[in-house]
Design a protein around this ligand. Structure first.
Ligand code: NFE
Ligand code: MG
Length: 560
């Protein structure tokens, strides 16, 4: 007998997501992903000055504001063929790398760890044994018995007083929870510590961006961050030294706490490398430009189809026609007029709400497709593209991590694989942030003080696309400029790729496909569904850039 479960809203994500699953014999047999909000910023952008678009576009989301600023500004620079001085590229690179590090720390500890960690079970842990466990996997100085005992005492007081606060109504004691008490206590202690370290990464972005969230330092053609090592410019020696301190502390947390914790959790839940693969077509775009023309990058992008690394096609520049020409978005099952599919430069955003129709329209998310196929974007895509593209550093880190856990590289196609890939990416980007800072200092040391190429928008029609490999994956902003104004604006966002509803051929998007075959031990507590959905780190504000006050809320099962 099959049973329908509606999870609405899914919490510990950004935005409003509804997931419906049909469960048969303890397994998901069908799934629907429905984005429940619409804000229409693509529409608001029409008629605006292209120079200002980045500031509006940051309002797509409250989580990844920086990434939309970067994609938007790159779309204008691409349209007008504007070069970006090296100092500006490095400054942007540090901001986006630190933003990703912050985002990944928050995802692992605050948005997904509680799917695997039983807070209440941490009460039974022996703090001394917890310290031994933590010290056996890392030499991080914060892992002391005293620290773990203090956290446990705090937790005991919360539980005794019935004040679990943010930890209330979790699935504590669920049969799918498997960590020993000591691992639970270690994770709870690191959950609290992670709050401090994500703040340091945010601060690094704010120092360069003037403000965070919503950086203020971009201009078409560069940054507005005056750079001069000797004087009182925004970025001087004192600021650079402070950035280095912050980013070193965050790197140590990522590499000595987050990464080993992920390896420990993955090792305890190895069966989760066999669930949740779903769509194994991947797309990643090149990131961290190292020249002024966006043709040379630290990490390549590429596509992989059907989980087969030998199908890999390398993408090494943002101008690659294979990348630019093969993206489309359809609305056959989305709350927009008609059922058409368009390339984003010809894309339309005309809302038309119908209520949830499982065989009709059921989401505010459009269905992005690459060469007509659904693709998964995010850390697995980026790592697999770099791996297949022969990046020795990525290959070494991926191989070493898989060996530690005892799984093959193909295990990345899974729920746990997505969590693991994100931790590996954070490990990598924590280093890349510091390297980009060194490059900035070296370039300034050569006497290069330029930070922007001032640009006027000319008359005439221009088209541009700004690509960026954001924390959740490949992001692109598509702009058509006519007579100095924005004629069309379309954002194809990582969470739109992953949360996509079925397309006109009925082919499911990545969230949906990844749920099929997922176990569900207790239908009234579908923890396993959360594990798989959270592994994508959904951001529905981004996905639809949109809120619909008329959108119906149908809460059948409320879950943490
Ligand atoms: Ni709103 Fe985002 C990222 C973008 S959406 S968080 O990363 O772009 O997937
Ligand atoms: Mg869009």
């Amino acid at each position: 007998m099959s049973k329908r479960i509606t999870l609405d809203p899914i919490t510990r994500i950004e935005g409003h997501l509804r997931i419906d699953v049909e469960v048969n014999g303890g397994q998901v047999s069908k799934a629907w992903s429905s984005a429940q909000m619409w804000r229409g910023i693509e529409t608001i952008l029409k008629g605006k000055d292209p120079q200002d678009a980045w500031s509006y576009a940051q309002r797509f989301c409250g989580v990844c504001t920086t990434v939309h600023a970067i994609s938007s500004i790159r779309s204008v620079e691409h349209a007008l063929n504007v070069e970006v001085p090296l100092n500006a590229q490095y400054i942007r690179n540090i901001m986006i790398a630190q933003h990703s590090v912050q985002d990944h720390i928050v995802h692992f500890y605050h948005l997904s760890a509680l799917d695997w960690v039983d807070i209440v079970a941490a009460l039974k842990a022996d703090p001394k044994k917890t310290a031994q466990l933590a010290q056996s996997i890392s030499d991080w100085p914060g892992n002391s018995e005293k620290e773990f005992r203090a956290v446990q005492e705090k937790l005991k007081a919360f539980v005794a007083g019935g004040r679990l606060g943010i930890f209330a109504s979790g699935y504590w004691g669920h049969p799918a929870m498997k960590l020993p008490p000591e691992a639970n206590l270690m994770a709870v202690a690191h959950y609290l510590k992670a709050l401090d370290y994500q703040r340091k990464a945010s601060q690094a972005v704010a120092i360069l961006g003037g403000k965070n969230p919503h950086i203020q330092n971009l201009v078409v053609g560069g940054v507005a961050t005056a750079v001069n090592l000797e004087n009182m410019a925004t970025l001087n020696m004192e600021r650079i030294a402070y950035l280095q301190t912050l980013m070193t502390e965050t790197r140590d947390f990522v590499q000595k706490v987050y990464y080993p914790d992920m390896v420990a959790i993955a090792s305890a839940y190895k069966e989760w490398f066999t669930y949740g693969a779903g769509v194994t077509n991947y797309l990643a775009v090149p990131e961290f430009p190292e020249d002024t023309k966006n043709t040379k990058f630290t990490l390549n992008g590429g596509t992989i189809m059907g989980g087969n690394l030998s199908s890999f096609k390398n993408i090494t520049t943002h101008q690659d026609p294979y990348l630019i020409n093969n993206i489309s978005e359809g609305v056959a099952h989305a709350w927009y007029e008609g059922a058409g599919t368009h390339h984003p430069w010809e894309g339309e955003t005309k809302p038309e709400y119908t209520d949830f129709q499982e065989n009709g329209k059921y989401s505010w998310c459009k269905s992005p497709r690459f060469e007509g196929k659904p693709v998964q974007v995010g850390p697995p895509a980026q790592l697999l593209a770099a791996y297949a593209g022969g990046n020795a550093r990525v290959k070494k880190l991926v191989d070493a991590t898989c060996a530690k856990i005892g799984v093959p590289v193909s295990a990345i196609h899974s729920t746990m694989g997505r969590l693991g890939a994100r931790a590996i990416r954070a490990h990598l980007l924590a280093d890349i942030s510091l390297e980009q800072l060194d490059k900035l200092v070296a370039n300034l040391g050569k006497g290069d003080k330029s930070y922007a190429n001032h640009t006027e928008i000319p008359k005439g029609e221009y088209k541009g696309v700004g690509f960026h490999e954001a924390p959740r994956g490949a992001l692109s902003h598509w702009m058509v400029i006519e007579d100095k104004k924005i004629k069309n604006y379309q954002a194809v966002v990582p969470s739109t790729w992953n949360a996509s509803p079925r397309d006109e051929k009925g082919v499911m998007g990545p969230y949906e496909a990844s749920l099929v075959g997922n176990p569900v031990a207790q239908e009234d507590k579908p923890l396993e569904v959360l594990r798989t959905i959270h592994s994508f780190d959904p951001c529905i504000a981004c996905a639809v850039h949109t809120i619909d006050p008329a959108g119906k809320e149908i809460t059948k099962i409320k879950v943490l």
